[in-house]
Design a protein around this ligand. Structure first.
Ligand SMILES: Cc1cc2nc3c(=O)[nH]c(=O)nc-3n(C[C@H](O)[C@H](O)[C@H](O)COP(=O)(O)OP(=O)(O)OC[C@H]3O[C@@H](n4cnc5c(N)ncnc54)[C@H](O)[C@@H]3O)c2cc1C
Length: 468
């Protein structure tokens, strides 16, 4: 069986022209003669939300780990983000964060994330990637199937958007097909049509839903001395609330709630939801702000990972990246970072000038790129009340790890060393092993928990932001 994923001097097709697809195309352009990016959406108004990415309207933070990966793929992109006005928010000083019964101490920033509107980030990435003449974008074009057999994928079946006639379907031959079509990927069904085995799916679903609205605060000073607010839901209280700056002096306000208690998309009810949060700080902020948009909801937030890496009768010449491979509960803000990690993993897997990696080997590297993010989501979401799915089981080792992580998290609220390690891991900037560094281990095992303040703390003057 031909398993080669080599694309040198050949044609690669990427399905989905969002962040994961664009970044994969960027990498493949260095190995294939040409890359075709197939995108279902119509030509886009610059930087505006679009139908194919309904999550566009919701808050998107680009974590520190994702920033580094993106920068290594598109050098200078962080500077360009800043130049286009995307706010960069430091943690823990710049954000008032409530978690596990109290506020986090606002010591010096050890991490930061970009909080600008997602469509603007995507526009920037698209402009950079499509400047490469080896990459062609087919817009208003939908992939509706794969060409090939159980041994090898040899292309994709395409149709103009909106056309349902079977005769209007055409085949586009390819030596490698990369699925970057997001959370709703149909590739598993397409595999089955070829007679191949669809991938096993791991699923954990908390039933979390988002409701988001854009606001402008009437007084520029009224965000106190912080840049944003984050009230984190956990096993003890299910309501989440976030206020973060986006471009042009506006803020995104997002509420989250679990199954059967979702935040309202009704404009009259939206602000009332703030009263359910464990502190009135968001309700007080909203009292001084005016809405600039309708309320947008989002419900399908299950963690799902598709195990193309596992043994099975599946064809060579097909890879999945980004949300099509592994999609997360958005509350952890990881998806765009993992899309960038996938592109870096693809680049590294194809880097050897002579050795041709097998499709399975590359797919294993892509899955590995999402493993830390999955471990974080899965560990936390299994413990959420009412979580469903086929991956909820835990071993004795999982329970021990959960016990230890809870001790780390409890101490991260007031201990700056533990806090820096914990935040670095959540930001996908440090490996999970950072939580077992001697100082963290000692504090987690022997120090008593120091609770954070019960009221939102002012930033101490000596906690000036530090470069991450
Ligand atoms: C509510 C919400 C909030 C989120 N917040 C964050 C956050 O704070 N930080 C973060 O990093 N991530 C966040 N994410 C995740 C993030 O949106 C994704 O991980 C990110 O967009 C990368 O996804 P992607 O490129 O793999 O897929 P998507 O962005 O979903 O794009 C898929 C693309 O494929 C196209 N497409 C689909 N099917 C076809 C087809 N058959 N043919 C052709 N084209 C097709 C679509 O039009 C679309 O352009 C959030 C997600 C949600 C739902």
């Amino acid at each position: 069986m031909e398993t080669s994923a080599r694309v040198s001097e050949r044609h690669a097709v990427v399905i989905g022209g969002s962040i994961a697809g664009l970044l994969a195309a960027r990498v493949l352009a260095d190995h294939a003669e040409r890359v075709t990016l197939v995108e279902r959406d119509r030509p886009l108004a610059a930087g505006e939300p679009r139908a194919g990415v309904p999550q566009d309207r919701h808050l998107h933070v680009l974590l520190e780990g994702g920033q580094s990966a993106l920068e290594s793929l598109l050098p200078g992109v962080a500077r360009e983000l800043e130049e286009q006005g995307s706010p960069r928010v430091g943690i823990p000083r710049d954000v008032l964060q409530w978690q596990g019964g109290g506020w986090l101490r606002r010591s010096a920033n050890t991490s930061s994330y970009f909080t600008g509107h997602r469509p603007r980030l995507e526009r920037l990435v698209r402009t950079r990637v499509l400047a490469d003449p080896r990459i062609e974008l087919l817009e208003s074009t939908e992939a509706v199937g794969l060409e090939g057999d159980t041994a090898r994928v040899r292309g994709v079946l395409l149709r103009r958007r909106g056309s349902s006639a079977r005769r209007e379907t055409r085949a586009l031959a390819a030596d490698l097909v990369v699925d970057a079509s997001g959370r709703g990927s149909k590739a598993a069904a397409w595999m089955a049509t070829l007679g191949a085995e669809p991938p096993h799916e791991d699923v954990i679903d908390t039933g979390l839903a988002y409701a988001t609205r854009i606001y402008r605060h009437r007084s520029a000073d009224d965000v106190a001395d912080c840049l944003g607010y984050y009230l984190v839901p956990d096993g003890t209280q299910p309501y989440g609330g976030v206020i973060m700056p986006i471009e042009d002096g506006r803020h995104l306000v997002t509420f989250s709630g679990l199954r059967d208690d979702q935040p309202p998309v009704d404009e009259d009810e939206f602000e009332k939801y703030a009263r359910r949060l464990p502190h009135p700080v968001l309700a007080e902020w909203l009292a001084g702000a005016e809405p600039l948009s309708p309320v947008y909801g989002f419900r399908n937030t299950a963690n799902v990972r598709r195990r193309y890496d596992l043994p099975g009768r599946r064809p060579a010449g097909f890879l999945a990246v980004g949300d099509a491979l592994c999609t997360f509960n958005p509350i952890y803000g990881q998806g765009m970072s993992v899309a960038a990690f996938c592109a870096v993993a693809l680049r590294d897997a194809l880097a050897h000038p002579r050795r041709t990696p097998s499709t399975r080997r590359v797919q294993r590297a892509l899955l590995a790129a999402s493993t830390q993010a999955w471990t974080i989501c899965a560990g936390a979401d299994k413990a959420m009340p009412g979580a469903t799915g086929n991956a909820l089981g835990s071993t004795a080792a999982d329970r021990l790890a959960g016990w230890y992580l809870q001790r780390v998290q409890d101490r991260s609220k007031a201990d700056p060393v533990v806090g820096a390690a914990f935040r670095g891991v959540l930001a996908l900037d440090k490996p999970l092993t950072a939580l077992f560094a001697p100082a963290v281990l000692r504090a987690a095992l022997f120090d008593r928990v120091r609770e954070g303040p019960s009221e939102p703390p002012l930033a101490p003057e000596d906690a000036a932001p530090v470069a991450p």
